[in-house]
Design a protein around this ligand. Structure first.
Ligand code: PEP
Length: 253
C-alpha cells in the first residue's frame, strides 16, 4: 500500500512571518496525522528557513517550488539542489504548469531538474498535465505521456518513494474547476502504465497525486480512486484549517 501524500504549494505567497504562522497552524492541526500521511509544505524560497524552523521535529517535510539543474556557477538568480538540501528541503516540485507556461520551462529542463535533484538526494514531485485546448481535442493522454516519458527517461530512479508524479490538468489549477475522480483516475492509471514502461515494476510503488482545485469538499472522492495517492494543493493549502481537513481525510484509510 502506498502511503498517501499531501503537499501544499504556497506559490508566490507569504512573507516570512506569515509563512511561519501558517506553518505553525498546519503543525498544530495535523499533529495526530504526521506519521500516517506524508505532509509537505512548499513555501517560497525566502520563507524556507522560517518554515523549516517550525517544522523541525514534527515529521512534516519541507519542499521547494523550483530548482536549477547545475550545482554551482554563473547562473544568476538560480538555486541548486544542494542549496535546497542545505536549507532543510527534502522535497522539490519540478515542472509546475505555471513555470512551463509563464517561464517557458521545457520538458528537457524538467528532465534536467529531476535528474539533478535526485542525484543530490532530494525527493521530487514532477508535475504534468494538459491544457484545456489539448483536452478538448482529446489529446490528454498523449500530452501527459510525452511529458512523463521526457521527464523520466534516463534519470536513473533508484528509490520509487522519492518520486511523485502530480497529474495537474492546467485547466483545473486555481480555477475552482477540478477533474472528476473518474477523469483523474483514467489519466493517472495511464500514467502508472507509462511509468511502468520506463521504470519496470517499481512504477507500482510510485505515488501519483492529483492537483487542481483540490479542497476539503472534493478530496474524499478523489482519494477513493485506486491510482490517486494524494494531492498537490495550491489555494486551499494557504489556510491551515483547509490543509488540516484535507490531511485528515487522507489519513482515513
Ligand atoms: C497547484 O498549484 O499545484 C494547484 C493545484 O493549485 P490549486 O489547488 O489552487 O488549483
Amino acid at each position: 500500500m502506498r502511503k498517501r501524500l499531501i503537499a501544499g504549494n504556497w506559490k508566490m505567497n507569504m512573507l516570512r512571518g506569515e509563512a511561519a504562522e501558517l506553518a505553525r497552524g498546519v503543525v498544530e492541526s495535523t499533529r495526530r496525522l504526521a506519521g500516517k500521511v506524508d505532509i509537505i509544505l512548499a513555501p517560497p524560497f525566502t520563507a524556507l528557513d522560517a518554515v523549516g524552523k517550525e517544522l523541525q521535529g514534527t515529521g512534516i517535510m519541507l519542499g521547494a517550488q523550483n530548482v536549477f539543474w547545475e550545482e554551482r556557477g554563473a547562473f544568476t538568480g538560480e538555486i541548486s539542489p544542494g542549496m535546497l538540501a542545505d536549507s532543510g528541503c527534502s522535497w522539490v516540485i519540478v515542472g509546475h504548469s505555471e513555470r512551463r507556461r509563464i517561464l517557458g520551462e521545457t520538458d528537457e529542463m524538467v528532465r534536467m531538474k529531476l535528474a539533478a535533484s535526485l542525484k543530490a538526494g532530494l525527493k521530487v514531485i514532477v508535475c504534468v498535465g494538459e491544457t484545456l485546448e489539448e483536452r478538448d481535442r482529446g489529446h490528454t493522454v498523449k500530452v501527459v505521456e510525452g511529458q512523463v516519458v521526457k521527464a523520466l527517461t534516463g534519470t536513473g530512479i533508484s528509490d520509487p518513494g522519492g518520486l511523485v508524479i502530480a497529474y495537474e490538468p492546467v485547466w483545473a489549477i486555481g480555477t475552482g474547476r477540478h477533474a472528476t475522480p473518474a477523469e483523474a483516475e483514467f489519466v493517472q492509471s495511464a500514467i502508472r502504465e507509462i511509468a511502468g514502461n520506463i521504470l519496470g515494476d517499481s512504477a507500482a510503488r510510485i505515488r501519483i497525486v492529483y492537483g487542481g482545485s483540490v479542497n476539503e469538499e472534493n478530496i474524499r472522492d478523489l482519494l477513493a480512486e485506486p491510482d490517486i495517492d494524494g494531492a498537490l494543493v495550491g489555494g486551499a493549502s494557504l489556510r491551515a484549517e483547509s490543509m488540516a481537513s484535507i490531511v485528515e481525510t487522507a489519513g482515513e484509510q
